[in-house]
Every structure is written in C-alpha cells, then in structure tokens.
Design a protein around this ligand. Structure first.
Ligand SMILES: [Mg+2]
Length: 416
C-alpha cells in the first residue's frame, strides 16, 4: 500500500444552537455548543475529519500549533502518532490528549476511505448495526428568545422525557443532576422512574455530592430500575465508600479516564462501569483497548458523551458498534441540538438508537454551507465559560457543593 502522509491541518470553530441552555453541577452549556472541526488533508488528496470540544471555547489556534508535529506523518502510524503528540512524560507539561483524539479520528477517517472500509472494520468489525442511546435529560433554562424549553420541576422533566421518548424512542433515561438541592432532584428522579416503569434510569450529579449525601441519595433510589449510579461523589476513594454502602453499580467518566487510573480501579475496585469517551481517552482506539481491559476484569463499559456534533457522534457509533461488552445504552447530547454540520443534517434516532455509518472512513461528510453558517455564528457570539452559570452571576462550583440552584425560581438569562 502506498504511503498517505499528512500535508495540511485546518481547524474551524463552530457554534451550533441548543434547544435551550443545559444546566449541570459545574456550570452550564449556554444555549449552544462550541466545537472545533478539524480537517486533515493528505499529500495524495484525502480529507479526514476530526472534532473537539473545549469547554465552550475555540481551540483552532492550539491545533495550528500542532501542524509541525503532523506534516509528513503517515496516517497509518497511529501508535507513533500517540507518542509524538502525547507521550506521558511530555504530557506533564503539555497535555494534548484531547487534541490527539481529534487527529486520530481524522487519520482513521482517511485510512478507512483509502481502504474502502468503514472505521469499525479497522477496529475489529461491528457486532451491531445500531447503537442504543439514553434520553439524557437536563434541567434547563427556557430559551431566551422563545421562552420555551424550561425544565425545573418534576412535571416539566417528565413532560420533556415523554416528548423525547415519542420523538426518538428512548427506553433508558439519564438525569443530569447536581444542580438543585438533592431532595428536589430525588423527587424529580423518582417521578421520572414512576412515569416509565419499564424503562431503565440513571442519575449523574457530576461528583458534587459528599460521600454521605451520595450514600443517602443512593439508598433512597435503590428500589428503582437503575442502570448505575454515575459519579455520585468525587474520587476513587469516595466512590469506593459509596459502593460499599449502596447496592447499585457505580459508574464514572471522571476518575477513570486513562490507563493508569484504570489499573488502580482493577487493583482496588471503586467503579463497576467505565464510561468511555473518545475525546477524554485520546481517541477511538484507546477506548477499544480500555474496553478490552474491562472485559478481562469483568468491568462494565458504556459510551460517554462530552457533547458532540456529527463527526464525534460517528466516532461514538463506530466505538459502540465493536464493543462486545457494551451492555448499556450510550449517552449523547445530540438530541438537544437544533442542527449539525454534516451533509444531510442531524443523524436520526430510530427506536432509541442511531444506525452505525457504513460508508468508508467515519462515514460522515462536512456540509460546507452549514460549516460556514455556524462558523459565522461562532464569530458573532464568541465562546462561553462552561464552568459558569449564566443565571447565577458570581457563582462557581465547589466539590462537594452546598450552594444549589433554587427550584422555585424561573430564571431566563439573555444569552443571544
Ligand atoms: Mg457523567
């Protein structure tokens, strides 16, 4: 096979609106996602796609700084790429794990196109044609233009879940919590479980409960059809304490996000289900390797979402397709978005699942008009601080948290 080397790297920040601002325990998604779209051009004319988040900020200039590492690199040399960009000692000074992920996606995209096979064929072959997803429910502010979309009360939460179930077919419901006081969120979560008695539920307060609060919350939901208890508290030792006392499997996308942490969790178990994120772990291939370790040590796995447009969603679908031990629905923020930057627009949900792309490479193409439109929107609105709450000026998150949002107050911050 002739060599395919990287000739150019291009990164474009885009802003795609969400239906409404999404609240979480450490701040908010301010009514939009800012993502950086990465394009790699090869000397023989292929174009590979990658994508990265950045906590509401653009990272195009950071990618530009990587170009000297990449020009002339052969796309098939993926292990060499890992050490070139993020060897563990150099990473103490410059942590480029997430940048590496976007480049790895683009290299796999090129390789698949060159060989005429979808990325999942490069990863061992698909075991399923579609990946099931959870409804991923957030507390939300109303959209400042339409006044619609608020989720603050148990009634609004159940109505939002009902609407999503009808539109997308979800049979698993995840509640992103840690925003309102635990007693309010407990009532909301129990209302959700009661509204869909045959469905699975999962709760994720992003680590902001103290271990004692987490144990209390866990005991109060133990009778429900929980998939797992996701990051109820901070740290491996905190999770271990919760796991000793609460009869629900623990899960994390926070304290086991690399192989060093995974080895500690194997030796001294604190977490039962590892949520694999193609960005946090540095690419699709590290996630496949981690899933193999989890299989060996009888740990569960699921696919995590750190917010995505269609390119990253494609990486999650190819990953989800090849994991034999994927026994839980994946997470995606995708259904909160109003559009995408890929040809054909947003990928559709069917029966709570999204079909795994079958075209060569990642199987998605950039829609140049949409890319330009949402790059313009980025220029107009700029970034936003993911770790701040637009409805509570001056507030910042502590772990554990004690300063909760007020569920009796309707707040509609002006964001556009
Ligand atoms: Mg989580």
């Amino acid at each position: 096979m002739s060599k395919t080397t990287i000739a150019r790297l291009k990164a474009t920040p885009v802003t795609v609106p969400l239906e409404a601002p999404l609240l979480h325990s450490n701040g908010a998604h301010w009514g939009r996602f800012v993502r950086t779209i990465v394009e790699i051009e090869t000397a023989d004319g292929y174009l590979g796609l990658g994508e990265m988040g950045g906590g509401g900020e653009a990272v195009d200039r950071t990618f530009a700084g990587l170009e000297p590492y990449l020009v002339g690199h052969e796309v098939a040399q993926l292990e060499a790429l890992r050490f070139k960009i993020c060897n563990p000692t150099a990473a103490l000074y410059n942590n480029r794990t997430q940048l590496h992920a976007a480049i790895e996606f683009a290299c796999l995209d090129v390789l698949g196109q060159k060989l005429g096979v979808p990325v999942h064929d490069l990863l061992g072959g698909k075991l399923r044609d579609a990946v099931p997803f959870a409804s991923y429910l957030f507390f939300r502010y109303a959209d400042s233009d339409s006044g619609k979309g608020e989720v603050r009360t148990a009634e609004q939460l159940v109505a939002n879940a009902r609407d999503l179930k009808q539109r997308c077919g979800f049979t698993t419901h995840k509640l992103k919590g840690g925003y309102y006081p635990p007693e309010h969120e407990l009532a909301c979560y129990r209302a959700l479980a009661a509204a869909f008695p045959g469905d699975g539920v999962r709760y994720d307060p992003n680590s902001v409960l103290s271990p004692e609060q987490a144990i209390r919350f866990g005991m109060a939901i133990a009778d429900l059809n929980n998939d797992y208890f996701e990051d109820p508290t901070w740290g491996l030792t905190g999770m271990q304490r919760v796991r000793e006392r609460v009869p629900i499997p623990t899960a994390t996308n926070t304290v086991v996000i690399n192989f060093e942490q995974l080895s500690q969790n194997v030796l001294n178990r604190a977490v039962d289900v590892i949520l694999l994120d193609t960005t946090f772990w540095g690419g699709i291939r590290p996630c496949v390797k981690a899933a193999g370790v989890c299989e060996t040590f009888s740990l569960g796995v699921a696919v995590h979402s750190s917010g995505e447009l269609g390119i990253q969603l494609a990486t999650m679908l190819h990953l989800g397709a090849v994991l034999p031990n994927l026994t839980f629905a994946a997470d995606a923020h995708y259904h909160h978005l109003v559009d995408d930057v890929i040809v054909g627009g947003p990928m559709p949900y069917k029966n709570g699942a999204i079909a795994v792309p079958t075209a060569p490479g990642l199987g998605v193409k950039l829609d140049r008009d949409r890319l330009a439109k949402y790059n313009e929107l980025f220029k107009q609105l700029g970034g936003y601080p993911y770790d701040r709450d637009p409805g509570r000026p001056g507030w910042f998150a502590t772990i554990p948290n004690a300063r909760w949002g007020d569920p009796t107050k309707r707040i509609v911050p002006k964001l556009r």
